[in-house]
Design a protein around this ligand. Structure first.
Ligand code: NAG
Ligand code: NAG
Ligand code: NAG
Ligand code: NAG
Ligand code: NAG
Ligand code: NAG
Ligand code: NAG
Length: 480
């Protein structure tokens, strides 16, 4: 740590004299655990070192009684090295990471069902919990509808508030006949400004304040770079991925993509570079009016989501398209409800063009499609009554949608951690333990009997009382 700090300071001293523009210190998280599961060697991806969890010095992170390391037999694939190994769990297992500072932890789990002659990934089905939250249930490592055509790795990201202490990630096979696995784990403390505590809740009844966002567990379900290209972890300040919006935009008539090659002006009070990187803010889709009248079109995106949860919808804006300030006004609709009227982006960014800004909304999936099992979140931006002619009349640069935990503390179904832990007692484990306890008891009784016979004086009863705690232990086990 100290050397990194020294190097950073040295770097800053050297370069701040050379550069006239301000040097942005890149974010350095308080915790940064990168684990390459099932690997004895470390993997380096985009200058980030994933530590092999099978190397002797890192075994302390993992507590498991039946885990197997698995190596891909076809490491020639051009996938990153973390996807060449996996750790398979035959029983409940957990990874524990110390957390040195209160705050939100970004937990990323990487799953890749690579081809192996030694292991059949179709035997995997498991639950994952992070601290008190259920994050995945009946998960196979691949719940993509198009999994038959799409074999790539799956990354699941969760944002979870953790007090000083630890992050505990549990993997629990859903049945005795099933197995759990994971290829890589990231546990990174998020910057303090990543999630604000207050947002605007939008429903058919209008808008109201939503408090307590920071303490909700969330799963990132969509991270979209509107009008732009895919942004990979290499180009993101928090090693996130952002995907293009093309498959989600439903109504794009009268809209166009814009790209800005100038500098994005990050300012205090607006979005920081950690909230959204340059590559997200320097592209957008806009509605433009020409021909002397404001065009009456909305741009609309639709995102399929699972029903029964609240979602945090974060919209990213950066006016990279207007030719001058004070000309861009528009309305935002979520699920057809007016979420923000006459947004004046110049005012929001204290009158600086190309300055990034974001707004957080909390919504349900009320706008349900015909099928009852899955819902949709629709987002529209379009001209408002204040929109001016011959100008940009609506803009959107990025969208993030995060699922919030339900009242049972789950992000995946209607079972709490307690319910799952009680339902999955891991019988093999328990029965083995029980027979060991029984065997010990027999040994003890034999021992006591022998001692009693040997001891003709008062020692015998002392030995007997020694065995009482053993009995209590047995009862405790029975209750489990
Ligand atoms: C795994 O094997 C199947 C068929 O044998 C093949 O179609 C598929 O591309 C392979 N997957 C990977 C990730 O190599
Ligand atoms: C997992 O799936 C089984 C059967 O499909 C279901 O009974 C069970 O409730 C599910 N478990 C959880 C925790 O959702
Ligand atoms: C699955 O693939 C088909 C054909 O490529 C595509 O039409 C469909 O939208 C895809 N579904 C999802 C959920 O990606
Ligand atoms: C990073 O971003 C730059 C500029 O947009 C692009 O040229 C480059 O290909 C990106 N690199 C990766 C690894 O995505
Ligand atoms: C503007 O006018 C031209 C010619 O009159 C027409 O071709 C074009 O479609 C119009 N554009 C819009 C956005 O109405
Ligand atoms: C945009 O969508 C909203 C909500 O669906 C609707 O009320 C409004 O009239 C639309 N605006 C235009 C210009 O079509
Ligand atoms: C998420 O879980 C917490 C308990 O950890 C609970 O207080 C909160 O109400 C849950 N969120 C929702 C939206 O139900």
């Amino acid at each position: 740590m100290a050397t990194i700090l020294c190097r950073t300071i040295g770097f800053l001293l050297l370069f701040s004299t050379l550069l006239s523009v301000s040097v942005a210190i890149s974010f350095s998280p308080a915790n940064d655990y990168l684990i390459d599961c099932g690997s004895v060697v470390d993997s380096i991806i985009d200058n980030r070192r994933f530590i092999g969890d099978a190397s002797s010095s890192n075994r302390k992170l993992l507590s498991s009684q039946g885990s197997i390391t698995l190596q891909s037999e076809d490491p020639s694939t051009n996938l990153p090295q973390i996807y060449h190994t996996a750790r398979i769990f035959t029983r409940q297992a957990k990874y524990e990471f110390n957390v040195v500072e209160n705050g939100i932890q970004m937990v990323r789990l990487h799953f890749h069902r690579f081809n192996s002659s030694k292991f059949d990934f179709s035997d995997t089905e498991f639950h994952v919990m992070v601290n008190g939250y259920v994050v995945l249930t009946n998960f196979s490592g691949d719940d993509d509808v198009n999994s038959s055509t799409n074999f790539g790795p799956r990354v699941r990201e969760f944002l979870i508030w953790v007090d000083v202490g630890e992050v505990v990630i549990r993997f629990i096979p859903s049945k005795d006949s099933k197995l759990a696995f994971v290829n890589a784990i990231e546990v990174i403390s998020a910057p303090k400004d990543l999630i604000a505590d207050v947002a605007t809740s939008v429903s058919n009844d209008g808008t109201e304040k939503f408090n307590g966002l920071v303490k909700q567990a969330m799963e990132v379900v969509y991270r979209i770079n509107v009008g732009g290209r895919k942004v990979t972890p290499f180009n993101d300040t928090l090693w996130r991925s952002w995907v293009p919006d093309d498959e989600f935009i439903k109504v794009s008539d009268g809209s166009e993509k814009v790209y800005f090659s100038g500098r994005i002006k990050y300012k205090l009070g607006g979005a920081s570079r950690e909230v959204g990187p340059d590559n997200v803010y320097n592209t957008a889709r806009v509605v433009k009016s020409n021909n002397g009248s404001v065009s009456r079109v909305n741009m609309t995106w639709e995102f399929p989501v699972s029903s029964g949860y609240k979602y945090l919808v974060r919209l990213h804006f950066c006016d990279i398209a207007s030719i001058s300030l004070g000309m861009l006004y528009f309305n935002i609709f979520i699920n057809g409800n007016l979420a923000y009227q006459d947004l004046d982006i110049s005012d929001a960014t204290t009158y600086v063009l190309a300055s990034p800004y974001y707004i957080d909304f909390v919504v349900d999936d009320e706008y349900s499609s015909s099928s009852s099992s899955s819902g949709l979140i629709s987002i529209s931006v379009g001209p408002s009554s204040k929109s001016v002619e011959d100008a940009v009349d609506a803009i959107l640069n990025g969208v993030e949608i995060m699922k919030m935990n339900n009242t049972l503390g789950s992000l995946d179904g209607f079972a709490s951690t307690e319910m799952i832990l009680s339902r999955c007692p891991n019988r093999r484990n328990l029965s083995l333990f029980m027979s060991m306890v029984a065997f010990m008891c027999i040994l003890m009784s034999v021992y006591i009997l022998i001692q009693r016979r040997k001891a003709k004086d008062g020692f015998g009863w002392l030995r007997l009382s020694d065995s009482v705690p053993e009995d209590n232990n047995l009862k405790t086990v029975n209750r489990v």
